[in-house]
Design a protein around this ligand. Structure first.
Ligand code: ZN
Ligand code: ZN
Length: 234
């Protein structure tokens, strides 16, 4: 599934072994066929926020939460559910310096997006990290994923005009009711987005408040539409 041209760019990182179980992988693939089949692909999901589950009874109709409180973004797409083994891949990319996984995850996200009939945006924006977090981690996993997505879809990427202007507590460490407040006003975006259709790229979407806060900022900066693309939806 992973675009071989992307693989070629990072040929130096491609070992020929499955990135999950270390078994021999087919040429140009990052996963062996068994691990590939085990991926928790998104099936039925809310077209607005990408939430999945039994509530999505009618194809194309937003979930109850989106109908009650429509988010700032127009739509959200997730390649996977945040479940085994994608959760581990994302954690390894984020916390264990396994940067080669950005090619794998970005490739799957790009393939998922290519299979949809959504119109493409003008520009891709990775969810920025605060400078203190960036110094600590050394890289922004969302930017690393977004590079592959943008390249695959032949879209420009802009990570310079979106900033996280105050440090925030990781959303997963907070109770649901505090998550909106934690990220409110956390982002600052520039005039470069005026009149543009923007796609936000992130690794995981949990409550959706982070994507929503960034989308609000982009819309204030004049973006005409904001979509959200994530590798996995919790
Ligand atoms: Zn494997
Ligand atoms: Zn929804």
């Amino acid at each position: 599934m992973v675009d071989i041209s992307l693989g070629n760019i990072h040929r130096g990182l491609w070992s020929g072994n499955c990135l999950l179980c270390a078994a021999r992988a087919p040429a140009g693939k990052d996963l062996c066929p068994a691990c590939e089949r085990s991926l928790p692909r998104t099936e039925s999901a809310c077209p607005r926020c990408a939430a999945h589950g039994t509530a999505m009874e009618i194809e194309g109709v937003s979930c109850g939460a989106c109908q009650t409180h429509p988010p700032a973004y127009t739509s959200a797409r997730a390649a996977f559910r945040y479940a085994t083994p994608v959760d581990k891949l994302i954690q390894d990319l984020k916390y264990h310096d396994r940067l080669e996984l950005s090619r794998l995850l970005g490739g799957y996200l790009a393939n998922h997006l290519q299979a949809l009939i959504d119109p493409l945006p003008d520009v891709v924006v990775p969810v920025p990290l605060h400078s203190s977090r960036l110094r600590e981690r050394g890289y922004n996993q969302s930017l690393e994923i977004a590079r592959f997505v943008a390249q695959s879809l032949e879209l420009p990427i802009n990570w310079k005009d979106a900033q996280r202007i105050r440090p925030t507590i990781p959303q997963t460490e907070l109770p649901r009711e505090q998550r909106r407040k934690n990220v409110r006003g956390a982002f600052m975006t520039g005039g470069a987005f005026a009149g543009r259709r923007v796609a936000i790229v992130d690794d995981v979407m949990t409550s959706g408040h982070t994507a929503n806060a960034l989308a609000e900022s982009l819309l204030r900066s004049g973006a005409v539409e904001v979509r959200v693309w994530v590798v996995a939806r919790a």
